[in-house]
Write a protein that binds this ligand. Structure first.
Ligand SMILES: Cc1ncc(COP(=O)(O)O)c(C=O)c1O
Length: 412
């Protein structure tokens, strides 16, 4: 699927070692970490071009260096294709420039929080949010956790909490929240106090684009999209914002948070967003959800229902404290059996993040690799057996690895 180009000179030995190590990673592990993907081959091909030959600072049509046409074209393509995939209307503008989803979020924090102390309300990292939601709020502004329970978001409770805390910004999205988010309900909550509603679509982008989750655009004021999660891109963010906030958002990205936009990253984003048809994205999103639900059926025999009452996405979050003491031990056991998941806190977790009470899994990579239902069932059963330590599962893991997890193919 991916090509292998050797350097074959003594001074590049360590680079060849990286390639070997990557190859080994791809063929040794069943990768189920929540944010993991396999980039599209088109993305890797575009990212290998010498685009940093073109010097760029500033926004489209306001460049600080001459002759930026190739990068201008890449930015325009990302904007057009993002609009196409997500059906984004003309009331929004798009910046292809952020280096990451975190930076896109922070551009929103910086441009919307005013002079007076404001508040950002979001899921805390303990409750399924991303670390940058709380850590990224610039002082003297404050972070306010949104209420959530193991049953998921209760929008009436969220609306009450918003009325009480009066945040300036509400962030909709998370790293471990497996359910669909109702952006229209959050809009109603935000409007009670005139808050800016920002969607972090890092994980749920394909489901929103496919219409499997409720629509975001039309309800939110801004959104961060991360092609490197389950859109099969490389690293980098895309920020969507309303016309009225455009000047502040663009200024927050450049020159406040970054200089040049990362030319290789722009080519990779252009390839990623161009490669998806809405039909392909819908099929992929639907299958990711099916695989996650099938995996959940198997794992539930050992761990019960996933947190938040199930999944409408690629994500599953489980409390493992009954079988493994903590998430770290579960992660280690699975890694020894060549299955990668990450330890993760669960709602109201009393354990610190490096131990945590839970594990988070994603169906993205098995979906991309074309696991059939029987393979997903075998994987789910193997996970349960490994977690209880009752039997060796190397036969099942070897079989899945041999049939689906292929090495880089050599090019001459
Ligand atoms: C919801 C969410 N937002 C942002 C990020 C960070 O993305 P990036 O690595 O592009 O900064 C993550 C990482 O997994 C995430 O889960």
């Amino acid at each position: 699927m991916y090509s292998l180009r050797r350097f074959n000179e003594p001074r590049f030995q360590r680079l060849d070692a990286i390639i070997d190590s990557l190859n080994e990673h791809l063929t040794t592990y069943i990768q189920l970490v929540g944010s993991a993907t396999l980039p599209l081959p088109e993305v890797c091909a575009m990212a290998s071009l010498p685009a940093s030959a073109v010097r760029v600072e500033g926004h489209l049509q306001e460049r600080y260096f001459p002759a930026s046409e190739p990068v201008d074209l890449a930015e325009r393509i990302i904007e057009d294709e993002t609009r196409r995939i997500f059906s984004i209307g003309n009331e929004y503008q798009i910046s292809a420039q952020p280096h990451s989803a975190t930076q896109a979020n922070h551009a929103v924090f910086r441009s919307i929080l005013g002079e007076r102390t404001g508040k950002v309300a979001a899921l805390s990292p303990t409750d399924g949010g991303h670390y940058s939601f709380s850590a990224g709020v610039p002082p003297p502004h404050e972070f306010v956790p949104l209420p959530i329970s193991a049953a998921g978001l209760d929008y009436d409770e969220v609306a009450d909490a918003v009325r009480q805390s009066e945040p300036t910004i509400i962030v909709a999205g998370g790293s471990a929240y497996s359910r669909a988010i109702d952006f229209a309900q959050l809009r109603v909550a935000a409007d009670q106090v005139g808050a800016h509603l920002h969607a972090d679509l890092a994980h749920c982008a394909p489901f929103v684009a496919a219409g499997l989750h409720p629509p975001a655009f039309g309800h939110v004021d801004s959104a961060a999209i991360d092609p490197s999660k389950n859109l099969r891109g490389a690293g980098g963010g895309i920020l969507v914002f309303r016309d009225r906030d455009a000047e502040a958002m663009r200024e927050a990205i450049f020159p406040i948070l970054q200089g040049s936009p990362g030319q290789l990253g722009l080519l990779a984003k252009a390839a990623c967003m161009t490669a998806w048809s809405v039909d392909d994205l819908s099929r992929y999103a639907k299958r990711m959800m099916e695989v996650a639900q099938l995996l959940a059926e198997q794992i539930s025999t050992l761990l019960g229902e996933p947190q938040y009452g199930g999944t409408d996405s690629h994500l599953l979050l489980y409390d493992v404290s009954d079988c493994c003491e903590n998430g770290r031990i579960a992660e280690d056991r699975l890694r020894e059996s060549r299955i990668l998941v990450n330890r993760n806190q669960i709602p109201n977790d009393l354990k610190p993040p490096w131990e945590a009470s839970g594990i988070r899994l994603s169906s993205t990579v098995p979906t991309i690799l074309g696991y059939a239902d029987t393979d997903v069932v075998a994987l789910g059963e193997a996970i349960c057996t490994v977690l209880t330590g009752s039997d060796d599962q190397s036969g099942v893991v070897d079989d899945l690895l041999a049939r689906f997890h292929h090495p880089l193919s050599a090019v001459t």
